[in-house]
Design a protein around this ligand. Sequence first.
Ligand SMILES: [Zn+2]
Length: 164
Amino acid sequence: MAEAQVAATAGEVPVGAVIVAAGRIIARSHNLTELLTDVTAHAEIQAITAASNYLGNKYLQKCTLYVTLEPCPMCAGALFWSQMGHVVYGASDDKRGYQKHGGPMHPKTKITSGVWQRNVPNYSLISSQANETKPRHDSQHNGHHCSRRTSSLDRFNRSVLWSK
Ligand SMILES: [Zn+2]
């Protein structure tokens, strides 16, 4: 939710995502389509890239993606390829959600929807984990993860520059 707010402040469609592995947040992102002038820069895609970089593994079967809005068909496709273990989303998206368009979600991916209404304790758990994990993570890894994330963002930015 905090990531969605960052996106809203930046004039983006406010969608935020985090990926959790072994009880720790390993990736956090928000929608960057306006900043990168890239319709594929959805929060889920950024989070998958960051989590795969962090883990050094393209498959994310042991991870859980939390996202504020139902993924679109493109993101469902990316989640399919990542073999995401569990997808938890907040609001349904009747217009652009993957379900309306019959988007592919991996058959082994567990799906939980409507968590904001039904399962508020889970949400506050995520928030407190986020607050606890961040300083611990920064001190232990000393920006290692951040530099990787920056480099992947730089890659995006460079490709944007090249295309202009
Ligand atoms: Zn999407």
